[in-house]
Design a protein around this ligand. Structure first.
Ligand SMILES: Cc1ncc(COP(=O)(O)O)c(C=O)c1O
Length: 366
């Protein structure tokens, strides 16, 4: 990073006076895990009703001061995004569809009564963050820098109304494999709890959704599963999504089914990308409701060949086993299916600049 307090367009830059020592960083980069270690810098931008967004800056990573009455601590007025920076084969750095994250961030902001951040400012903030810490790419296969842009209500006020002050930040974490087991196919627990109801915040990426998913997720882990699956709130019948991923069902007739975006599930950017890639492969993609009972029957009859989950963190992950309070069933051979692997390779290939980016999804920043 350049010397302290040089100014790029709009962003002040303050280099960390004591970045993490090389040997510590190297140890992290050789075994990054997920979300436990953070890079040397972070981005902050402030908002208040009078000035709008102001004071964009890259600063040393560290604790932030917050008034104990800050609205976020009481009413959870907070939203976030999850995205990755990739090292490309030619040594460059790329983001994947960052404007899609910016647009979804603003959709979340509208639902949580928060101010929108101009999309270009969002993408520039992410770019600044990555360039400040470009020495933090993991040295492990499949490594990337996971980026966490987020915004929270910072006004000190206990009335229940939208805050008048906010902070937007970006932090970054070197990332390896998302699933603890690193298993080729994951095991899913179907929860009795509901994640989102019609008219609620299911389509927004707000912290509160995830707070409500912690008990069901812990339940899944304690039963030996990797992820939790939520059904719809009204009938407890239709498959919605996993705790942090969307789902796809690969049928023997060459079609793929994925639950529709009806306001209760997160509109995943990986989901959207895979729909496009699957159509390119000549598959019919149906965004339709799919019931748990049907899934079980189709897996048994062979009508369903594969199921996979997708999201930024774990990219494309095969589902091998599904369990609920009544029993369990296996998908296909219980391991990764052919189409799952093909789509995964295609998406990862595009993200890393190894395959043709026919959709203009790759956003080079270096
Ligand atoms: C609840 C939920 N669904 C789906 C996704 C997948 O979204 P994306 O593909 O944009 O990462 C995420 C992840 O980030 C998520 O938290």
């Amino acid at each position: 990073m350049a010397s302290a307090a040089t100014t790029l367009p709009g962003f002040a830059r303050h280099a960390h006076p004591a970045p993490r020592p090389g040997h510590e960083r190297d140890a992290i980069l050789a075994n990054p895990g997920f979300g436990t270690a953070f890079t040397d810098h972070m981005v902050e931008i402030d908002y208040d009703a009078g000035q709008g967004w102001h004071d964009a800056r890259v600063v040393p990573y560290g604790p932030i001061a917050l008034d104990p009455a800050a609205a976020v601590l009481h009413y959870a007025q907070e939203i976030f995004e999850g995205m990755k920076a990739y090292r490309t084969g030619d040594g460059g750095i790329a983001l994947f569809r960052p404007h899609a994250n910016a647009a979804r961030f603003n959709a979340s902001a509208r639902r949580l009564a928060m101010p929108e951040l101009p999309e270009d400012l969002f993408v520039e903030a992410v770019r600044q963050q990555v360039l400040a810490d470009s020495g933090w790419f993991p040295t492990v296969e499949g490594g990337s820098i996971y980026l966490r842009p987020f915004m929270f209500a910072s006004e000190a006020f206990l009335g229940v109304r939208p805050s008048r002050a906010y902070k937007f930040m970006v932090i970054a974490s070197p990332a390896g494999n998302y699933f603890k087991s690193g298993a080729p196919a994951v095991s899913i627990w179907v929860s009795e709890y509901t994640r989102a109801a019609p008219g609620g915040t299911g389509a927004a990426k707000c912290g509160g959704n995830y707070a409500a998913s912690l008990v069901p997720t812990a339940e899944a882990f304690s039963r030996g599963h990797d992820q939790v699956l939520f059904l719809d709130a009204a009938e407890h019948r239709w498959i919605e999504e996993l705790g942090g991923m969307n789902l796809f069902f690969v049928m023997a007739d060459g079609s793929i089914v994925t639950p529709p975006l009806a306001g209760t599930i997160l509109p995943g950017i990986t989901r959207d990308s895979l729909i496009a890639l699957a159509r390119e492969e000549g598959l019919t993609v149906r965004e339709e409701r799919y019931a748990l009972d049907q899934w079980r029957d189709d897996a048994a009859s062979g009508k369903l060949l594969e199921t996979f989950a997708c999201g930024t963190a774990a990219v494309v992950t095969p589902v091998g086993k599904v369990a609920d309070g009544h029993g369990e069933f296996v998908i296909g051979s219980g391991g990764p299916g052919q189409l799952t692997q093909k789509l995964r390779q295609r998406l990862v290939g595009i993200q890393r600049g190894e395959q043709a980016d026919t959709h203009g999804w790759v956003h080079r920043i270096a």
